[in-house]
Design a protein around this ligand. Structure first.
Ligand code: CTP
Ligand code: CA
Length: 227
């Protein structure tokens, strides 16, 4: 197939991508979110589709259009994102680019919370499921290649190495999202690429170029394995 379609090296592969933020409700009109635009994840989904992959994009709330040739599943919360990912399996490759909310509100109110003249309400938070770690767990449905991102604001390399080990994923792209980097919402990104024990600093480039480089790596990784 590769010989016949050299420009579609991911044909016959199913790639699962998570992207965007999650919204964790406080009450019917308020939520906890983050600054993720979804741009990096959407660019990865588009790049994999361009290489011929069947792509499922599980997306939190963003303002981006669904890339050509990509099947998008819209979700709001982390719990919904995990369920949508599990429903999308099996996949050959999973790429977790979403900025998943780490916590959700324990006692979500069914009606709008009112000020009522008293003290501000106290929110009790509970930890959300870790989608990347869950997809990385050994098992029959584990994608053979699981890729995560690490968003850090300090000691990027050490944090990324530890995070990759903790999650159990195969590759990790670590980016500095500290103040002034303008990664959230911006079009540029700069990552460290971790595979096994090797760490490769990629030069700063457009998110679309990071996506194309990553898709090419994925294609190379799968080039010799049977479909
Ligand atoms: N991730 C996930 N599910 C979560 C939290 C994170 O799938 N509940 C994924 C992200 O999509 C990313 C990777 O895990 O690929 C790392 O996310 P990050 O927020 O950097 O790491 P955390 O493990 O949440 O650690 P912390 O935020 O405390 O640094
Ligand atoms: Ca986190």
């Amino acid at each position: 197939e590769d010989a016949l379609f050299p420009h579609k090296p991911l044909s016959g592969r199913h790639v699962l991508v998570t992207a965007g933020p999650t919204h964790e409700p406080i009450d019917p009109v308020r939520f906890i979110a983050n600054h993720s635009s979804g741009k990096q994840g959407y660019a990865i989904a588009a790049a994999c589709a361009q290489l011929g992959a069947q792509v499922t994009l599980v997306s939190g709330p963003t303002s981006l259009p669904c890339p050509d040739g990509v099947t998008r599943v819209d979700v709001t919360t982390a719990v919904e994102m995990l369920a949508a990912c599990e429903a999308a399996l099996p996949a050959d490759c999973a790429i977790c680019a979403a900025a998943v909310g780490d916590w959700r509100v324990a006692d979500t109110a069914s009606q709008k919370r009112k000020k009522e003249g008293g003290a501000p309400p106290k929110l009790t938070l509970v930890e959300n499921p870790d989608i990347l770690a869950t997809l990385s767990q050994p098992g029959a449905l584990r994608p053979s290649l699981v890729i995560g991102f690490a968003a850090e604001t300090e000691t990027l390399e050490a944090h990324a190495i530890a995070k990759k080990r903790r999650k159990g994923c195969d590759w990790m792209l670590a980016n500095d999202v500290g103040t002034g980097t303008n990664v959230f919402g911006g079009d540029q990104n700069r990552v460290l690429f971790l595979d096994g024990d090797t760490i490769e600093p990629w030069s700063a480039m457009a998110k679309t170029d990071i996506a194309r480089s990553l898709a090419a790596r994925i294609a190379a990784r799968f080039s010799s394995s049977p479909r």
